[in-house]
Write a protein that binds this ligand. Structure first.
Ligand code: HEM
Length: 450
């Protein structure tokens, strides 16, 4: 049968999608170009696409109203899916990967750490960390690898803001997280058909990295147990106060560090790439930084006074949403957009295609921060833009991530000029998060401000 709708369970229709005989081509794309797989499927088959590859059938969701159905209205019917299930081997039952009552209890425990007032109080901590980064970049001779720098920064910020701890000594953290993610994605794209005991280099690297993360998390827990903070509001203090097992505390810590660092670091990597490509946007952002910051560090109140920088961050996350797909598994039969979705199906909401849906985004490939100008009414539905997800699983750290990204861009552009190495090709790599393949080397020049 071709791309037209097929019939399952009597008269109820399955969504359109590539025919079964396309399996080989689909597998190849799944392995080598997952973004093209998503975009081409949406273009060819529309807002709900059925993709059958070998034993797996996935349903891709590319429309705001249907995303709302899966993520919010009928969220109880959907548990976490492809990629995240595999990541569970390293993350255990932390907030990102758990479901049901385990997730609810953990969310209640962690939520207070992310209360807006508490995050606002962390603004000076974030600004100080970014100031350290700017100094370091200024003092570095030769090109810097920007993604590596952003990873160091975002981990440092998480340590200080969430854990009240200095992660500077744990230099392997960034690499270990990368290895764990690589393996989760590898298992997802090979449809978990390669046994975990197979002595592949990737798998060995995964085990070493997982052990490294566990060792670091356990050390942090032990340190805090030995030196408790009376009435501490940080994640470690809260986890300890709720009497979780050491294993739960360890898994939750690993989860928060993973969820909180790579997403923000990727956003910043893409931002520096796009600003390099669009000097007019960089000039506007810089003018705002000069006017609002002067020679000072930004404060939480300044966030409202940096609207253009905030729009740049929003537009970066539209084009390159760090979490480019939101995988779920249907617990019971459902209907999405009039199509039948059997229980047990993999349903994947795709922010990458939603954010480029031609019905909601004119000239979708264009980098245009002013799309988010509140004076330019867009008529866009709320769920056309979901970089932080939606519904009960909405990102817990969104305001911290945005504050960090805005502070980095405003402070770095005020003081420095970063330029991509001539001829360096920037290629997206769609892993658990959407990053720049092979990193982003840039040269750093001190800016003459007056
Ligand atoms: C630009 C930065 C960020 C982006 C784009 C982002 C994006 C997301 C998205 C899309 C989800 C939903 C995943 C799903 O529904 O399957 C999510 C969940 C989550 N994020 Fe973020 N995130 C960012 C920053 C952060 C930060 C700074 C933290 C802090 C630790 C964090 C912690 C989490 C956690 C723990 C979850 C799971 C929440 C739950 O299921 O209850 N994120 N994030």
């Amino acid at each position: 049968m071709t791309s037209g709708a097929e019939t399952t369970r009597g008269a109820r229709l399955a969504p359109p999608g590539p025919p079964r005989r396309a399996t080989f081509g689909l597998l190849k794309k799944l392995f080598t170009d997952r973004l093209a797989l998503m975009s081409d499927s949406a273009e060819a088959h529309g807002d709900v696409v059925r993709i059958a590859i070998g034993p797996k059938t996935m349903y891709l969701v590319n429309h705001p109203e249907l995303a709302k159905h899966v993520l919010a209205d009928n969220a109880a019917n959907y548990h976490k899916g492809i990629g995240l299930q595999e990541a569970r081997r390293a993350l255990g039952d932390g907030l990102l990967t758990s479901d049901g009552d385990v997730w609810k209890k953990q969310r209640r425990t962690i939520q207070p750490v992310f209360q807006p007032k508490r995050i606002a109080r962390q603004a000076s901590v974030v600004a100080n960390e970014v100031e350290g980064l700017v100094k370091h970049l200024r003092d570095t001779e030769g090109p810097v690898e920007i993604l590596h720098e952003m990873t160091g920064l975002t981990l440092g910020v998480l340590g200080k803001t969430l854990l009240d701890a200095d992660l500077g000594g744990f230099t392997s953290l960034g690499h270990s997280f990368e290895a764990v993610q690589d393996q989760a994605m590898f298992e997802a794209v090979t449809l978990s058909m390669v046994p975990q005991w197979a002595p592949l280099k990737k798998q060995l690297r995964f085990k070493e990295s997982r052990d490294d993360l566990r060792r670091i998390a356990e050390e942090l827990v032990e340190q805090r147990l030995a030196n408790p903070i009376e009435g501490g509001e940080d994640v470690l203090s809260r986890l300890i106060a709720t009497d979780g097992t050491r294993e739960q505390m360890r898994d939750e810590l690993i989860t928060l560090l993973l969820a909180g660092h790579e997403t923000t670091a990727s956003t910043l990597g893409w931002a520096f790439h796009l600003l390099d490509e669009h000097p007019d946007v960089a000039a506007k952002l810089r003018a705002e930084a000069d006017e609002v910051l002067g020679d000072q560090l930004p404060t939480h109140d300044d966030l409202h006074r940096l609207p253009y920088t905030a729009r740049v961050v929003e537009e970066v996350m539209r084009l390159y949403p760090p979490v480019w797909l939101l995988p779920r598994v249907a617990q019971a039969d459902d209907e999405i957009g009039g199509y039948h979705i059997p229980a047990g199906s993999d349903v994947v909401v795709v922010p990458y295609t939603l954010h480029r849906h031609p019905d909601f985004w004119p000239d979708p490939e264009k980098f245009d921060p002013d799309r988010f100008d509140p004076d330019r009414p867009s008529g866009r539905p709320r769920y056309a833009y979901i970089p932080f997800g939606a519904g009960p699983r909405f990102c817990i750290g969104n305001s911290l991530g945005v504050m960090e990204a805005v502070f980095v861009l405003t402070m770095v552009l005020r003081d420095l000029e970063l330029r991509k190495l001539p001829g360096y090709e920037v290629v997206p790599e769609a892993m658990l998060s959407l990053r720049v393949r092979g990193g982003l080397p840039m040269t750093v020049h001190t800016r003459n401000r007056r």
